[in-house]
Design a protein around this ligand. Structure first.
Ligand SMILES: [Zn+2]
Ligand SMILES: [Zn+2]
Length: 405
């Protein structure tokens, strides 16, 4: 089969690799029909995620058709399913508490020890995201093996097209979890750093959960326009002093909740940010937590901080004193996707979410290397890319062309 592989920093190639096989009775084999490139795939692309090996198959946002089932799978051949990026056994201490992303069984012993050394406890398993999280082959491929198929997959009704539901695999539940973690009270003002795909779903989720105002921060005009279209007030951080603006907009108090949808590769031109970038160039730090620092300083006293943005290790100049003195509550973590997929599928069917206007491109799997380059370098125009196995090389569709068609 054909698969998108990581070969080193800024090196992605599509290769012919062996087809996956059932190895456990709870497995299925999925024929992939749609798979998206995620913002967190950029951290792999840029070489900041430890534990990648040349040849690893990437991709953790995917859906498709069941083509083979293990003896204990509850799925049937021919069913359409979306697969959560978190791999969860459904039976351990953590899965029983619905903390699926912390599953203690899905990261096999060969790889869990290294993650335990780094994090203090072993990380849960995830698709296509390095050997610290199990080294599972990802879904940017013609086929993929899905373990624990009786726990994760979301069965999709025939009348819902792929584009409407694909994001149940990660970014929609992640945006929802980010807003849930902000403990939003009716009428709250919520500030959201980053209008990438997760940020855009966080905006929608915060409003659905009762926020009175959502203020979204970014600098890409197209992403800010999408945010505004979803109901947010917007701030371009290259044009205003964000903290000053947030203070003015909230009568000097600050937002009730602040959400960092940026993570480890924060852009910006302030002194702290430039220092982070220099250090990251030499790999003396992995984190560039500029957005997070700003969120802590901007948040109102006694406010709440939610961090869905991905971080991988130790952060420099973390404003710990400010966090403590202001009495902020912090919630974070990889999303327990399986906890939310049922209610979110229902909300998609009820038209509560706009799941498609952020999609800028559909492209063949074969053009993945080119698409990673665009996704990395042209974030204004490439807001979300969906790869389609089976499309012929070169058959790239941009949203602007689709709208004109
Ligand atoms: Zn993702
Ligand atoms: Zn588990």
């Amino acid at each position: 089969m054909r698969a998108v592989t990581w070969q080193g920093r800024h090196k992605i190639s599509v290769e012919t690799v062996p087809d996956p096989e059932i190895v456990n009775p709870r497995d299925i084999i999925l024929k992939v029909t749609s798979t998206a490139i995620c913002g967190s795939d950029l951290h792999l692309y840029d070489g900041y995620i430890p534990g990648m090996r040349a040849g690893d198959i990437v991709g953790h946002e995917f859906m498709g058709e069941v083509v083979e089932t293990g003896a204990q799978s509850t799925l049937k051949k021919g069913q359409r399913v979306v697969i959560p990026f978190t791999i969860s056994c459904g039976q351990c201490f953590f899965c029983e508490k619905q903390q699926y992303s912390a599953c203690d069984n899905s990261n096999p012993s060969e790889t869990r020890d290294a993650s335990e050394l780094l994090m203090g406890h072993a990380m849960g398993g995830a698709f296509g995201y390095a050997h610290l999280t199990g080294g599972y082959a990802g879904g940017q491929a013609d086929y993929v093996r899905v373990p624990y198929s009786d726990v994760g997959p979301v069965i999709i009704p025939d009348d819902l097209p792929d584009d409407d539901v694909l994001f149940l695999s990660d970014i929609l539940p992640t945006g929802w979890h980010a807003a849930v973690n902000a403990d939003i009270e009716p009428g709250d003002t919520v500030a959201i750093w980053g209008c990438g795909p997760v940020g855009l779903f966080t905006i929608q989720s915060a409003l659905l959960l009762g926020a009175g105002r959502v203020i979204a921060i970014d600098h890409f005009p197209a992403r800010l326009a999408l945010a505004r279209g979803m109901g947010a007030e917007i701030l371009d951080y290259t044009r205003v002093d964000v903290r000053e603006a947030l203070n003015e907009m909230t009568g000097g108090i600050g937002p009730d909740a602040c959400i960092d949808c940026v993570g480890m590769e924060s852009h910006g031109f302030t002194a702290d940010n430039i220092l982070d970038q220099v250090k990251a160039q030499f790999y003396s730090v992995t984190e560039r937590p500029h957005a997070l620092r700003q969120a802590i300083l901007a948040c109102r006293k006694g406010g709440r901080l939610s961090i869905p943005g991905v971080y991988g290790g130790f952060a420099d100049k973390f404003p710990l004193g400010q966090l403590m003195e202001k009495g902020l509550t912090v919630k974070s973590g990889q999303t327990p996707v399986q906890k939310y997929t049922g209610e979110l599928l229902k909300m998609i069917q009820d038209g509560k979410f706009d799941t498609t206007s952020l999609v800028s491109h559909h492209a063949p799997l074969e053009d993945a290397a080119e698409m990673y380059r665009h996704w990395h370098g042209e974030q204004n125009d490439y807001t979300k890319i969906i790869l389609k196995p089976g499309l012929e090389k070169g058959a790239i569709q941009a949203k602007s062309e689709m709208e004109n068609a």
